[in-house]
Structures are given as structure tokens and as C-alpha cells.
Design a binder for this molecule. Structure first.
Ligand SMILES: Cc1ncc(COP(=O)(O)O)c(C=O)c1O
Length: 355
């Protein structure tokens, strides 16, 4: 192993690579990780010198607060490689800002922008062979912060660990999914942590989602906890509805994650002359629109698959099928996003960031 310091990051380079053993055509999402990982510890009220070391398990005291109180936040972003071998990020500052917003809500210290961008780009340069070219191929990047204090007392930790790990992701077509509209369970509440990428939000979704899956639905459309009337998110994606030729998505609130894809889709739709309405949209409205034929599309939007079209939804034991349409907004907007992300199209909003 070679040890040296670069841009104030202590680097221990792996002297072997696992890449030759990886079948990039048959990747299970989130199971294979690159050769290195980034670590920065928070101690004595300060972020310490960051490190990049070979990807490896780590030891932690069983009393670390993350295991007991779920003081943990994370991010999800991607790197893409163009045909010239250049590696690109998509709106990385948005993810940086969001992890700090999440951290603040969970009473955790903010991470410095310079450490985040320098750590991320250095890690990606070291593991750039893991980013495969080709539209849809990407390297999924998972920054996260956990509370490491060895103390089982229900109060914020004094010590934290910020890390970045990366997993190659294959272009995959998920097919259209069927969703169940939540009538009993909620993923978030007023004044809660729904807007944060807090680890516990995801654990809380697993059980209701598994009940929906038993009924033959892949995902749940989450509604507001008070009335279960307002449509807010689809699984771990923001959700869009097309009624006639208007695209509608719920306004942000403390119950909804401020998605980078959501924000980009709204902009791209507007750039392409599609009318977008950011306003509350209800179960009653989409049921009526489905019955009168004006509901043309529903899709989820998020980093993992960009856009996930929905073919049917169920509410109060009534199933509603969506029509199959030519030139769907889902296909058009997904293509435009992928082209920008892979440096195949003009980037007029300056969203791409070269590593
Ligand atoms: C709950 C939730 N909503 C929406 C999104 C989409 O956000 P983004 O487009 O930033 O990936 C995600 C995924 O990160 C999510 O976990």
C-alpha cells in the first residue's frame, strides 16, 4: 500500500483492485463497491483530516448512538462517464446542501463544502475505472454521516463519522410499476423529518411497502398523514401526474424530500414548453381524471432510475389502469435528463460538474 497526502486528504491506496472480478453486465444494485472509501471523523468539535483508504469493514463500539437512536443521514448521487472517458457529476452541490440540511434536522454538525467536493472528486479520480460509459450506466455514490459516540443515552452524539462509498450501477429498465395509495400508514408527518434523508425514514417504509408488495404492488404512493388525500411521494421518489398536457407535482413541505431529479424535471419540462403546476393534488382528483380519461401518466422521479413510469394505482380496493401512450412525458424527459448527465446534450443550466 502506498501512503501519501494529497490536497489535505491522507490517502492509503489499495495495491490490488477487485474490478476484474466484477461482472458489470449483471450487477445487483448496491452490492458491489469500488476499491476505496472516504472517511472523515468529527471529534472535539471539529472535522478531522479526511482519509481515503481501501474499502473495508470497520469496527465500532456496540453502544455507538447510531445503532440505538438512528442518528444517521445519507445522500444518493451518481457519476457518469462520457464517450471520451470524462467523468461527470450532476448538480453535486445540491446533494451537499441537502446532507447538511438533513444533518441539522438530526442535530448533527454540518460537513464543510471543501471537504465534501475535494473528497468526492479525489475518490472518483482514484476509482474512475469503476464508472462505465454508456447511457444509463453510472456509479452510485453514497455519502452518509453516523453518530459514533459510545454511549447509550438518548441525546445527540459528540462524535460523528462522515463517509462516502460508491457502487457501480447498470442501466436498467424497471418496467412499469403498479402502486398502492397509502390510506393507513404514513412516511412522514408535519414537523417531522420527511424532508430530510434520515435513515429511519426508510426503515419506517419497509413494513407498509412489504404489505403492498404482498398485494401485488411494487410501491406505495404516500399521502399526507392528516387526511391521506394529498399525493406526496412514490416510494423513495417524488411523484408527477400528467392530466391532459399539464404536469403536476406536490409543493415541497417538511413532509417531502426536495429531490434533485424533481427540480430538474420541472425545469426541463418548462424548457420544453410543458405546463407544470406545483400544487397539492388529491386522490379524488386523480380518480376522477382517470375515470374521465384525462389522467395520462403518473411517474416517480429520483436519482436511482431518473423516471419510473407507473401503469396502475389502487385506492380503497378500486384499481385504476393508466393508458399506454406514445411520446410520453416520462420517456421524453428521462431521455433529456440522461443526455445531459452523460454529456450528450447541451447543459444550459450548468448542472454538469466535471470530476
Ligand atoms: C423519499 C425520497 N423522495 C425523493 C427522492 C428523489 O430525490 P433525488 O431526485 O434527489 O434522488 C428520494 C431519493 O433520493 C427519496 O429518498
Amino acid at each position: 500500500m502506498i501512503k501519501h497526502t494529497s490536497h489535505e486528504i491522507d490517502i492509503v491506496k489499495s495495491d490490488t483492485t477487485k474490478i476484474d472480478a466484477v461482472d458489470f453486465d449483471n450487477l445487483t444494485f448496491g452490492r458491489t463497491f469500488t476499491d476505496h472509501m472516504f472517511i472523515c471523523d468529527y471529534e472535539n468539535g471539529e472535522w478531522q483530516t479526511p482519509k481515503i483508504i481501501p474499502y473495508q469493514p470497520m469496527t465500532m463500539d456496540p453502544s455507538a448512538r447510531v445503532f440505538h437512536y438512528g442518528q444517521a443521514v445519507f445522500e444518493g448521487m451518481k457519476a457518469y462517464k462520457d464517450d471520451d472517458g470524462k467523468v461527470w457529476l450532476f448538480r453535486p452541490i445540491d446533494n451537499f446542501n441537502r446532507i447538511n440540511k438533513s444533518a441539522t434536522r438530526l442535530a448533527m454538525p454540518e460537513f464543510p463544502q471543501e471537504y465534501f467536493m475535494n473528497g468526492l472528486t479525489t475518490l472518483l479520480k482514484m476509482d474512475s475505472a469503476w464508472v462505465k460509459p454508456g447511457k444509463g450506466n453510472s456509479l452510485y455514490i453514497r455519502p452518509f454521516i453516523i453518530a459514533t459516540d459510545p454511549a447509550i443515552s438518548a441525546s445527540p452524539s459528540n462524535n460523528y463519522r462522515f463517509m462516502i462509498i460508491c457502487a457501480p450501477a447498470k442501466a436498467y429498465y424497471t418496467g412499469k410499476i403498479r402502486v398502492l395509495i397509502a390510506e393507513e400508514y404514513s412516511r412522514s408527518a408535519n414537523g417531522g423529518v420527511g424532508f430530510a434523508k434520515a435513515a429511519g425514514n426508510y426503515a419506517a417504509q419497509f413494513y407498509p411497502t412489504s404489505l403492498a408488495q404482498k398485494k401485488g404492488f411494487q410501491q406505495v404512493i404516500w399521502t399526507d398523514a392528516d387526511t391521506h388525500e394529498r399525493l406526496e411521494e412514490a416510494g423513495t421518489m417524488n411523484v408527477f401526474f400528467r392530466i391532459n398536457d399539464t404536469l403536476i407535482t406536490a409543493p415541497l413541505s417538511d413532509r417531502i424530500l426536495d429531490g434533485v431529479t424533481r427540480r430538474s424535471i420541472i425545469q426541463l419540462a418548462e424548457d420544453n414548453g410543458i405546463e407544470v403546476q406545483v400544487r397539492p393534488i388529491t386522490v379524488t382528483e386523480i380518480k376522477e381524471a382517470s375515470k374521465n380519461g384525462s389522467l395520462k401518466e403518473i411517474f416517480g422521479a429520483g436519482t436511482a432510475v431518473v423516471i419510473s413510469p407507473i401503469s396502475a394505482f389502487e385506492h380503497a380496493d378500486e384499481l385504476f389502469e393508466l393508458p399506454t401512450i406514445e411520446n410520453s412525458y416520462a420517456d421524453t424527459l428521462k431521455d433529456k435528463m440522461l443526455n445531459i448527465q452523460h454529456n450528450m446534450d447541451e447543459d444550459k443550466h450548468g448542472w454538469r460538474y466535471q470530476v
